[in-house]
Write a protein that binds this ligand. Structure first.
Ligand code: F6R
Length: 259
């Protein structure tokens, strides 16, 4: 894992956008997109680069990490709607290039299997953006998720439903079930980019990157992946024991070495 502690949220957004820009400019790419608050600055930065510098997503495809069960794609809180409003409708993805799980499906198991097949058919994900939940989830793999899991239905913890209540009119409106890429599905991506912002994430970040690999902190499964970049603001990094080493290492990053 390369753990990089940056001064603020803007620096995290710019650095994450650099990683995604390099990927997209390298040729046809498959991006894995997270929703929630954490990647919003990154998406704003990419939209800005699209408008100012002609950064194009015309040859890219995107796959969302997860979706609420029971919400149609047209619901304003569905991750289909959120990613369109916050990012993909503001750049030039080709029609049909942004893929998500169908939260209104009557057959979640078949939908999950279809989704894993469609990611594989696209050639797999080149760069996967991830946020982290206060309970250590990535995607919606809640604690005790199998570290080898594939896309499937999960039940949200009370804590995650509370954390996400801000996106709904009423806390009871937050669906109890989700479809999410599994930890095994996520780890199939070639490069994982985990973003952590704010003090509320500090405990989960510390458990994920410095704790043992354990299902109780699903994000710790990322330690098993050969190419993970963790971008943190100082608040999210505040419970790490080895920040001095991460900063020492980053200060000596060879000029030729990419993220
Ligand atoms: C969203 C997702 C979740 C969020 C996590 C953090 O697609 O997969 O894992 O990344 O819940 O959410 P925020 O960024 O809103 O704090």
């Amino acid at each position: 894992m390369e753990i990089i502690v940056l001064p603020d949220t803007d620096a995290v957004a710019r650095t994450a956008a650099d990683v995604l820009e390099e990927q997209v400019r390298s040729g046809p790419s498959v991006l894995g997109l997270a929703t929630g608050s954490t990647p919003l600055g990154t998406y704003r930065e990419l939209i800005d680069r699209h408008r100012r510098n002609g950064l194009s997503f015309a040859d890219a495809q995107a796959f969302l990490l997860d979706e609420y069960v029971g919400l149609a794609a047209s619901h304003p809180a569905s991750y289909h709607s959120v990613i369109r409003n916050e990012f993909t409708d503001s750049v030039d993805f080709a029609p049909g290039a942004v893929h998500g799980l169908d939260g209104s499906t009557k057959d979640p198991e078949a939908e999950a299997a279809r989704y894993d097949r469609s990611i594989a058919a696209a050639g797999g994900v080149d760069v996967q953006i991830l946020g982290i939940g206060t309970d250590g989830h990535v995607g919606f793999n809640e604690p005790m998720s199998s570290l080898a899991s594939r896309t499937r239905i999960k039940t949200l913890t009370r804590q995650t439903r509370q954390d996400n209540a801000r996106f709904f009119d009423h806390p009871d409106d937050v669906p109890e079930h989700v479809l999410t890429q599994g930890l095994g599905t996520i780890r199939d991506a070639r490069h994982l980019l985990l973003l952590g912002l704010g003090e509320a994430k500090a405990d989960a970040v510390a458990a994920a990157v410095e704790g043992p690999v354990a299902a109780v902190c699903p994000a710790s499964a990322l330690q098993l992946h050969p190419h993970v970049t963790v971008l943190l603001d100082t608040a999210a990094a505040s419970k790490l024991a080895h920040t001095e080493y991460y900063q020492y290492t980053f200060g000596r990053k060879p000029a030729w070495q990419r993220f």
